[in-house]
Design a protein around this ligand. Structure first.
Ligand code: HEM
Length: 412
């Protein structure tokens, strides 16, 4: 009845025909993008809950005879509420799961070759999304303003500040003065709860629009079955929607499980900011940058005239990661395709690209282990050797395996 009434006025049947019958190809790796999307939705919902109790200020307030920052105190309050503490941990875990799902999503697209024509723009939009997700993590990390987060954010400030010429101005603008200035936490809070989420929502919208316009690429096996230009799969409604609901609730339950059994960033343990510096390591997805900083010799200083220089932290913390991210962003432009690629490309057709992808993954892992160099007691010279040798070994082993498989296929 209600449907009929609305249909007469809004022509819902046309909407149903046009959008709800859109076909989705079926493969479990399509869930990575969806898990990233649903983690983002959960981040927004849990973040809104946390806004009710969080105080974005480093101003000192007196609690039980001690002076502690208001932001830190508000996190203690959230931790003392049974629902507050679980929501805070779900929020924290959702950030990790979103970034992990994004990395897997990028790997799926890279190894299936679907960054190639016509999907170069969506690969670039994806790189913007990835950068925004990391910025969201960095700004969120600063907000509890305990000893750990204030030191970690201070390191970010120092690195930005040491960029020659423009660094001090950029650092002052980003952190609203010399961190921790009175305006720093309100500004980082504004980035974290307004600016970055709005940019993420707009960029995810663009990513989805481009994806709908270009249609999904589909698994290689569909090539022989699907009619040319058609997608072989299931309609959006009801099949794909049911799968999506399943993935959403599955992600939510995993997050609640992790939040219940693996609490993260225990602010009571670190306490409010102190003059002693606690041992700080960045989150796992930034460990590779920390690893590069460790590998750069302390005397690698590039003088720029008499008044400025490029310090090792800038080389390791900004220049080299910047070059690596730029290479990844430009991957689609390293190939000259005449025809659009609408199916996954078998890895055997791209032995060098696939081997380079594996070598990059091994390099990221080696650099992340280097982040733990001091704790693992590995001499830095050994770290330098394995960071160069292991990716090369990974490249040649992958290349050899692909070539051998190809030869076997030809001989069959
Ligand atoms: C918040 C971040 C992101 C979300 C929510 C997201 C979500 C999605 C979803 C749901 C799809 C369709 C299903 C699929 O192909 O897996 C998709 C496709 C795609 N994404 Fe993302 N994505 C994000 C970030 C990225 C990143 C970091 C990259 C790469 C740098 C990327 C590149 C692409 C490309 C090229 C496609 C089309 C793939 C194809 O048709 O095979 N995305 N994305």
């Amino acid at each position: 009845m209600v449907y009929e009434w609305l249909n007469e006025r809004l022509d819902l049947n046309r909407f149903k025909r046009k959008y709800l019958t859109k076909v989705f190809p079926v493969h479990s790796t399509y869930f990575f993008g969806e898990i990233a999307l649903f983690s983002f939705v959960i981040l927004i919902l849990t973040g809104i809950y946390l806004l009710f109790s969080y105080t974005p200020s480093s101003r000192l307030i007196e609690v039980g005879g001690k002076k502690i920052p208001a932001a830190y105190h508000s996190i203690l309050l959230i931790n003392s509420q049974p629902l507050g503490v679980i929501i805070r941990y779900v929020h924290h875990w959702a950030a990790h799961i979103m970034i992990a799902a994004l990395i897997l999503h990028m790997m799926r697209i890279y190894f299936s070759g679907n960054f190639k024509k016509p999907r170069e723009i969506n690969w670039l939009v994806g790189m913007v999304l990835f950068t925004l997700a990391i910025l969201a993590g960095f700004t969120g990390y600063s907000l509890p303003f305990d000893a750990l987060s204030s030191v970690a954010t201070g390191i970010g400030y120092q690195i930005a500040n040491s960029i020659p010429y423009i660094g001090p101005a950029i650092a002052k603008f980003f952190f609203a003065g010399k961190f921790p200035a009175p305006g720093s936490i309100p500004r980082l809070y504004m980035y974290h709860v307004v600016l970055i989420p709005l940019l993420l929502i707009a960029t995810i919208g663009l990513h989805m629009l481009i994806m709908v316009k270009q249609k999904h690429s589909q698994p290689y096996k569909n090539k022989d079955i699907a009619k040319s230009g058609k997608i072989l799969g299931i309609p959006l409604y009801p099949q794909q929607v049911s799968l999506m609901l399943f993935v959403f609730f599955f992600t939510l339950s995993v997050l609640f499980f992790l939040a219940s059994f693996l609490p993260v960033h225990n602010v009571e343990y670190f306490g409010p900011p102190t003059l002693q510096t606690p041992m700080v390591k960045p989150d796992w997805y930034l460990l590779w940058i920390y690893g590069i900083i460790k590998l750069i010799p302390g005397n690698w200083v590039i003088p720029l005239g008499s008044s400025a220089s490029i310090d090792p932290e800038v080389i390791g913390g900004i220049i080299l990661p910047g070059i690596i991210m730029t290479i990844i962003a430009l991957v689609p432009f390293m190939y000259k395709e005449k025809e659009p690629l609408n199916y996954w490309e078998p890895v055997s057709l791209r032995p060098i690209g696939t081997s380079a992808g594996v070598a990059f993954i091994v390099m990221f892992l080696a650099l992340s282990v280097t982040g733990y160099q001091a704790a693992l007691n590995i001499p830095i010279v050994i770290c330098r050797i394995y960071t160069i040798v292991l990716p090369m070994v990974a490249f040649f082993i992958t290349y050899f395996i692909i070539k051998r498989k190809k030869r076997e296929e030809v001989n069959l």
